[in-house]
Design a protein around this ligand. Structure first.
Ligand code: SF4
Length: 473
């Protein structure tokens, strides 16, 4: 794994007495999508209960904390900051006391018009508590003149542009929404005994609470979940879908199903296509664990080369790993990966990775593999070259820092000290997921499905003129 950082996870439960506990379990299963902070809001007896803290889910939600979150409905959030700085005031869910009752919001994605909306709201007197784009949703709902909460939520979501998978919890209703492009995943599940409805970023969170997938929230849909059942409202007219292909390449857990596809099957397909496009005479295939495991298996299946476990990842290295001195920082990739020398020594190896971002991890890994005695090192990347930043909620750096935006494949092969380097083509990527592109692939192509105004943070200064844009809304 040398890919970009994850974004956020959301999870909600309604109609079950242990809603906060089940939300906690869901957040635990979704920890890979955000490790900076976590929070849960529940409702009981007409009032909200909230707990948010910096850190990992298992550390934050002790038994005592969970027992302080009563009620039959709850939503939660794991955060990795893509907008706003990393501190507790930016942790979600956002809880607000509005006329007519309290409301909590959990958001995954980036709103590309957040700055404009925030300026407009501040000019009309709104006071923001945080720097996260998601807070504009609260203010829009608070200021809406629609007579019902359904109408206020719907009218507010219609003002948003960009990527949002959202949960909104009121005392007796859970709203789940996906933006019209459907950038981020969001799925609905129920338990076979009918006790409880659940909405989560990925199906692995439904599995852990014993719920079965009913369906995904449709792009442009606002689904209202109450004890009486489900009501589907439309935020926008049907629209071409642009689901984030990077979710299938790298972010989502391989045991999750999203956008109608098994992540594991998608990744094996990427690996098989990669083997067809870039075959090589070699002795074995292995992955950069863990996100590239399934793609490496696909490569091995298609090429007929044996699959090996040759790089071992320390699973306990994360954001909590302290690097107190430069000397320790210099250990770099060795802290996270260690080669199995007996597998690698004197062999021609194919290494499968899901992406190359800055190239620093790849360079260090190749050195590690060569030091372990590999005779030849062939790197195969199970996605096209990453050349553009993401404006829809994924932390991909600016073009200057993306190595594939600054070197062609041959230059990169030399820089990384490889015997050969092969990227999966865009066509191969789509063959693996059913052919028909219904995905966003802007970080590979620069073809952004939703135009970004010049209103993002410094890192998000738009690099292309409007005339160069492909499909612009
Ligand atoms: Fe996903 Fe890339 Fe599109 Fe961002 S630009 S939503 S990472 S496919």
């Amino acid at each position: 794994m040398s890919g970009p950082r994850h974004e956020c996870a959301i999870m909600g439960a309604l109609g079950t007495p242990d809603a906060a506990e089940l939300t906690y379990l869901g957040l635990y299963a979704l920890q890979h999508r955000g490790q900076e902070s976590s929070g849960i809001v529940s409702f009981a007896g007409g009032r909200p209960y909230v707990h948010k803290a910096m850190g990992l889910v298992a550390d934050i939600f002790t038994e005592d904390v969970l027992s302080s979150l009563p009620g039959a409905c709850a939503i939660g959030h794991n955060r990795y900051s893509t907008t706003g700085s990393s501190n507790l005031v930016n942790a979600q869910p956002i809880l607000a006391n509005l006329k007519g009752g309290s409301l909590a919001i959990s958001h995954n994605g980036n709103l590309v018009n957040a700055r404009e909306l925030r300026d407009e709201l501040e000019q009309s007197g709104a006071i923001f508590q945080s720097t996260v784009d998601s807070e504009v949703v609260v203010h829009l709902i608070a200021r809406s003149r629609e007579p019902t909460l359904d109408g206020r939520v719907l009218a507010s979501l219609q003002r948003l542009q960009g990527a949002f998978s959202l949960l909104i919890l009121a005392e007796d209703a859970l709203y789940a929404a996906r933006d019209p492009n459907g950038f981020r995943p969001l799925c609905l599940g129920t338990r076979p005994d009918g006790k409880g409805a659940f909405v989560a970023s990925e199906t692995c969170a439904l599995d852990i609470v014993g719920a079965e997938l009913v369906r995904e929230i449709h792009p442009g849909e606002l689904l209202k979940v109450t004890r009486e059942g489900f009501t589907s409202l439309r935020i926008a007219e049907p629209h071409p879908e642009h689901a984030c292909i990077f979710e299938l390449i790298y972010f989502a857990r391989p045991d999750s199903r999203l956008f109608g596809i098994s992540t594991d099957q998608a990744r094996r397909g990427f690996g098989r296509e990669l083997a067809r496009e870039h075959p090589v005479e070699a002795d074995c295939v292995f992955s950069v664990p863990d996100s590239s495991n399934a793609a490496a298996l696909g490569y091995a299946e298609e090429s007929g080369l044996p699959f090996e476990l040759a790089l071992i990842r320390n699973h306990y290295v994360g954001r909590t790993f302290i690097q107190p001195t430069q000397a320790i920082r210099d250990f770099g990739v060795k802290v996270k990966y260690n080669p199995v020398r007996s597998v690698i020594r004197d062999r021609r190896v194919v290494v499968v990775d899901d992406s190359i971002v800055r190239g620093t991890t790849s360079k260090a890994l190749v050195r590690l593999i060569r030091e372990a005695g590999a005779r030849e090192v062939h790197l195969r990347v199970s996605s096209p070259p990453l050349r553009h930043p993401c404006y829809y909620g994924v932390d991909i750096p600016v073009r200057e820092d993306l190595i594939a935006a600054n070197m062609d494949t041959d230059e990169l092969r030399t820089y990384l000290d490889l015997d050969s380097l092969g990227y999966l083509s865009r066509e191969g990527m789509y063959r693996a997921v059913g052919g028909e592109p219904r995905f966003c692939d802007a970080c590979f192509t620069g073809d952004y499905p939703v135009r970004v105004e010049g209103n993002m943070d410094d890192k998000l200064v738009f690099e292309r003129t409007a005339g160069e844009l492909g499909a612009v809304e």
